[in-house]
Write a protein of this length. Structure first.
Length: 754
């Protein structure tokens, strides 16, 4: 298949500008005056700030307003805070020189102002809080990277009460409270929230937090006592948590439902304003959590947003909303009208609704045994568990990505010990992802941001490391999974360097599948030494011999949102995801009998195949109940038939047993999977799945690649992504490698195709 260069370059341009798309609001828009109106509440567009004026914003994040109506914007990619007056006129800059010295900012995410006019800045990249006086002079800083009290993992939001106490939200830790000098006081929300994207205080000092792990508003008293929560999650792709008002369809985002909420503000009357980023809208609630109003839709016009982020409201009825990817702030005027009762009295938390029936407890699915772990940074807790491996005694090793460690558990899920901590020294990690064991029990970890593989002995002592940043043999660009064969040779999956093979001392041996694979995410080795690769860019599994000879490929892609590649068994609809079809296959494991287990991440399921690529079985669905998944990533199988799955967004490991899956033997259920080729013949990706016997043959032809719209699933583009495009611009990686990178970005949820 011929791929034209122009569309690739256009796609790069799209990625650099990042057009973000979401569901549209149901609010009424009057195009003549840009007024969005409800019975007793209206919002009127007033102006834009920071776009094409005296100063240009670049990926703005948080926003705050002082008692004089001055506006402070966390201008992340310009490494500064921009100050404007209440009319949007530029006044001054705080910071502006990226760095870690006093008064310098690096990755400012949020900003707050106390009643004296002091300015507080959350620096995610420096993992600290900086305090400035009202004139912008540096006063103090506090915090560092880590999981201890007073340290931050990924700080994101901030609020200051009338006594000068400082509250800091961390994406993967409870909220921390400090005094005005930055001394740690207490934690808030421990065991109740997984972390928070944003926080705000009302006039009584009560704290409102957006729960990062469970999209809800959670209210605490100033001392951390839980008060109430409201809101719920809706994923329209999987129809998870969404509403169906009349029971006849379709599902929809309901009032008080969120997808990736990021900003929260509270006005003098106690009304709560929330930016629903995934839906590009603002939702408004009264102080009891009843829905009042919503407005906004995707776009770049007035009252439209492209990744809506921070939000602030002043005492004069002005509302300021950060429109991140349009690089601006939009200002609105609020008219409250008669607010003695909410115009749309909808209580948004299903568990608090007076007439709501009790939730139905689902039956335990076949094969499910148990689960262990929860969100957090304590021993036995996880923040984005990734890779998983099991040794001959049944002990489990799990890479805990955001806590920069590997945790060891016994076969019952009891915590044993930890390997590693944050850093770049020997035995430390920076975003570890893959883990593997050799037959002697040595532990191998792929350390993404340190661009290396580290080896530990069975007791967790550091043994060796190898690898540096780059695209040459023996270097790494974006590390993924790792595997070890019986001879101690190591196979490392890298997004743009495909699979690299190393000897037991870490010396480079050869590349496997280079220029034939399209963004690999994991690798496994069977007892014969054959290498199985998750070719995530092509949504396939590829099998190679240990010397790099291709043996077979199978699998195909299905995107239900566009039905691209999906099956229609009888030709009358609806389309469906077929057996052996994937959307973001991520990790792979092989048991002693040669069965192959693949985590089909975006379909929230596990698929099992025989050694020839014939589909055998699948299990799992979207959710947080037993047997359900929210982005399953790592997978491992022990000699007793136990299957261990790292359930990333549910911050746990789930255990299943092969013998309890409810099927009478695999041999009677060997339906050939899509593109399954149980021989050395390779069928190109344009071939239709063989499960469609009536489908007409596809005539090979030259294909012009259309340029899709890329929309954000994340507020930050990782550094390694920028490196990939730099390498392409310098001619260091091929067209196919670039396409693989783009596919991987889509499948990992960093961007999505519209």
């Amino acid at each position: 298949m011929k791929i034209l260069l122009f569309p690739i370059l256009a796609m790069m341009l799209i990625l650099s500008t990042m057009t973000f798309a979401t569901a549209q609001s149901n609010s009424t828009t009057n195009s003549s005056n840009d007024t969005l109106q409800s019975d007793n509440f209206s919002v009127k567009f007033a102006s834009t700030i920071g776009s094409g004026g005296a100063v240009n914003l670049h990926t703005p994040q948080g926003i705050a307003v002082d008692s004089y109506g001055n506006i402070y914007v966390a201008d992340r990619d310009n490494a500064r805070i921009d100050k404007f007056d209440s009319k949007g006129n530029f006044l001054s800059i705080i910071g502006g020189t990226g760095g870690s010295a006093d008064g310098q900012l690096l990755g400012p995410e949020a900003v707050a102002v106390d009643k004296s006019g002091n300015i507080y800045v959350v620096e995610s990249n420096n993992a600290r809080i900086d305090k400035f006086d009202s004139a912008g002079n540096f006063i103090l800083k506090f915090g560092s990277k880590g999981n201890d009290e007073g340290q931050f993992n990924d700080p994101w939001g901030i609020a200051v009460d009338d006594s000068g106490n400082i509250f800091v939200a961390d994406l993967f830790k409870p909220i921390q409270k400090f005094d005005s000098s930055g001394n740690f006081i207490s934690t808030i929300g421990k065991g109740m929230i997984d972390g928070a994207t944003s926080i705000a205080l009302d006039k009584s000092g009560n704290l409102y937090a957006l729960d990062n792990g469970n999209p809800q508003v959670v209210e605490f008293s100033n001392d951390g006592t839980f008060i109430k929560e409201w809101g719920s999650y809706c994923n329209l792709f999987h129809n998870v948590g969404c509403v169906d008002p009349d029971g006849s369809g379709p599902f929809a985002n309901g009032d008080g439902q969120f997808q990736d909420p990021n900003g929260i503000a509270i006005d003098a009357s106690g009304n709560v304003y929330l930016t629903d980023t995934g839906n590009n809208r603002v939702e408004v609630f009264d102080s009891s959590g009843y829905f009042i109003y919503k407005f906004g839709e995707n776009g770049n016009g007035n009252a439209q947003f492209s990744d809506v982020m921070g939000i602030a409201v002043d005492n004069s009825g002005s509302l300021y909303v950060v429109d991140q990817n349009n690089h601006r702030v939009e200002a609105f005027n609020i008219t409250y009208g008669n607010m003695t009762s909410a115009p749309n009295k909808v209580l948004t938390s299903p568990t608090m609704y007076p007439s709501a029936p009790p939730p139905t407890i689902p039956s335990i699915p076949a094969g499910y045994v148990s689960s262990f772990g929860s969100g957090g940074s304590k021993n036995g807790q996880f923040s984005m568990p990734q890779g998983i491996a099991v040794d001959s005694s049944g002990s489990l090793y799990v890479t805990d990505l955001n806590n920069d460690r590997v945790e060891k558990f016994d076969s019952n899920g009891n915590y044993i010990s930890t390997i590693g901590s944050h850093g770049s020294a020997d035995g430390q990690f920076s975003t570890p992802t893959g883990v593997a064991l050799d037959k002697s029990g040595n532990v191998y970890v792929s350390d993404i941001d340190n661009y290396r593989i580290e080896k530990f002995d069975p007791a967790g002592n550091f043994v060796l490391k190898f690898g540096t940043s780059g695209i040459k043999p023996g270097q790494f660009n974006s590390l993924q999974g790792v595997a070890v064969d019986d001879a101690g040779n190591m196979y490392v999956a890298d997004l743009t360097n495909s699979i690299q093979k190393f000897d037991p001392l870490g010396n480079f041996v050869m590349k496997i599948g280079h220029d034939k694979l399209n963004g690999v995410s994991d690798v496994a080795v069977d007892k014969s030494g054959d290498v199985y690769i998750v070719d995530s860019g092509n949504s396939q599994i590829a099998e190679y011999s240990s010397n790099g000879t291709l043996i077979t490929k199978w699998g195909s892609y299905c995107d239900m949102s566009s039905t691209r590649g999906c099956i229609d068994p009888d030709g009358s609809g609806p389309f469906a995801i077929g057996d052996g079809q994937f959307q973001d296959p991520t990790r792979i494991a092989i048991d002693g009998s040669g069965k192959i287990y693949v985590t089909d991440q975006d379909n929230d399921r596990i698929q099992i195949f025989d050694s020839s690529g014939h589909f055998l079985y699948k299990f799992g669905s979207s959710g947080s109940d037993s047997g359900q998944f929210a982005n399953p990533v790592g997978i491992a199988v022990d000699s007793f038939g136990n299957i261990y799955v790292a359930d990333q967004n549910n911050a746990r490991v789930q255990v299943f047993n092969l013998n309890n899956l409810g099927i009478a033997g695999f041999s009677s259920n060997t339906v050939a999977s899509s593109l399954s080729v149980p021989s050395t013949k390779v069928i190109p990706p344009t071939t239709q799945p063989i499960m469609q016997p009536t489908a007409p043959p596809v005539t090979p032809q030259t294909t012009v690649v259309s340029v899709p719209t890329l929309s954000s699933m994340s507020s930050t583009i990782p550094v390694w992504v920028k490196g990939i495009f730099n390498y392409y611009g310098q001619g260091k990686i091929s067209d196919n490698e670039l396409i693989g990178a783009i596919n991987f970005l889509v499948q990992q949820g960093i961007v999505k195709l519209k």
